[in-house]
Design a protein around this ligand. Structure first.
Ligand SMILES: *Cc1c(COP(=O)(O)O)cnc(C)c1O
Length: 365
């Protein structure tokens, strides 16, 4: 059986160091807002090559806190609009609606699965305050056109960087492209904790200060509350685990790149459309997503051959029960993507034999 993602094997590589650092945290008697989080923040800052870093409880909170801080600082208010790709994971949009902002869903580009930049400007209204770009599946979502539209209409650009840590556009890392970015360290992400955690990066020091307070009950100084905040802090033990794993991220991204290149050069089946590789560094292959009109049939066939695949994502967020207020929306490209995509096994611990087997079986479909 070829697993979609083998977390036991991924973390097994670092088990000795993870266990040692867990013991250190247990013995320290200090579990929140301590040295381990400070150290991880400084290491992530180094990795990002500049900005400010705030460690938080998860990726959804990272995004929620960015909007909450912009509201507290007076840049946005209830009812303002945020442009966001329609085919994203629901968390991107939950962060918007949780702050009583209005998501304006935009069709993606079928070739990149990312926001279609040509459509952005037509969606801008006097209420538009931000564009949320999502580096979906690990591919950078950025362009000069996007920068121009954002500048022209004075919009904040917020990056959902949950899937693309380490990707670059023109040499700049995702998380440093826009005004602020949310990261997720959910166990299955390219840098995964052993539980939930997330982070925010931003070049804006004022925003960073507000976010840090908001993540800790709205308080910068203990028992003095400036805002009605959240409790969204990264655990010391997760920060310790992430500090152990962060130095291996670049190498793991290279392994993902090798698998993606192998898939692209060797999968050869008329029924299947492969993702484009893009420029060097532009895609960090959190997910390797193919398209086929016979998606469900292919998934079943692969399952019978012992190959586990997943669908990212089966239902558009605006067709989910929780967004019944958006159910009138009809976006053909997005809906086509949800019907046709399939994510193949992809991880830094996949053996080349397994990759070859996947290719061979797919070519026989
Ligand atoms: C994982 C993910 C999130 C949310 O991160 P959590 O840590 O699970 O809360 C947000 N956006 C995207 C695109 C994601 O993939």
């Amino acid at each position: 059986m070829i697993k979609f993602l083998d977390l036991q094997k991924i973390n097994g590589q670092y088990a000795k160091d993870l266990k040692a650092i867990a013991a250190e945290v247990i013995d320290s008697g200090w579990y929140l807002l301590g040295d381990k989080v400070k150290k991880f923040e400084s290491k992530l800052l180094e990795f990002q090559e500049g900005g400010n870093v705030i460690a938080v409880a998860n990726g959804l909170d990272a995004l929620r806190l960015i909007f909450k801080a912009y509201i507290e600082l007076g840049f946005m208010k209830e009812g303002d609009e945020v442009i966001v790709p329609a085919n994203t994971y629901i968390a991107s949009v939950l962060a918007i609606t949780d702050n009583k902002l209005v998501p304006v869903l935009v069709e993606p580009d079928l070739n990149t699965f990312n926001l279609d930049f040509r459509l952005i400007e037509s969606k801008v209204t006097p209420k538009t305050k931000a564009i949320m770009v999502v580096h979906l599946y690990g591919r950078v979502c950025w362009s000069n056109e996007l920068e121009t539209v954002a500048k022209k209409h004075n919009l904040k650009v917020i990056e959902d960087n949950a899937q693309a840590i380490g990707a670059r556009w023109n040499g700049i890392k995702t998380g440093n492209l826009g005004d602020a970015a949310g990261f997720s360290f959910y166990p299955g992400k390219n840098l995964g904790a052993l539980g939930d955690s997330g982070a925010i990066t931003t070049k804006d020091a004022e925003l960073a200060t507000a976010i840090r307070a908001l993540s800790n009950y709205g308080s910068a100084q203990k028992y003095v509350n400036q805002y009605q905040g959240l409790n969204s802090r990264m655990d010391e033990i997760q920060a310790a685990f992430l500090t152990v794993k962060l130095p291996y991220v670049e190498n793991e991204l290279n392994l993902r790149q090798e698998i993606a290149e192998y898939y692209n050069s060797n999968i050869n089946n008329d029924k299947i459309i492969l993702p484009s590789l893009g420029e060097v560094g532009e895609h960090v292959w959190h997910l390797y997503v193919i398209r086929t009109p016979q998606r469900d049939e292919l998934q079943l066939y692969l399952q019978e051959k012992g190959i586990q695949t997943l669908i990212h994502y089966p239902i558009p967020l605006y067709k989910q029960e929780c967004y019944s207020n958006l159910s009138h929306i009809s976006l053909p490209i997005t809906e086509n993507i949800h019907k046709e995509v399939l994510s193949l096994p992809m991880s830094p611990v996949m053996s080349m034999e397994d990759v070859e087997f996947v290719v061979q079986i797919i070519n026989q479909f």
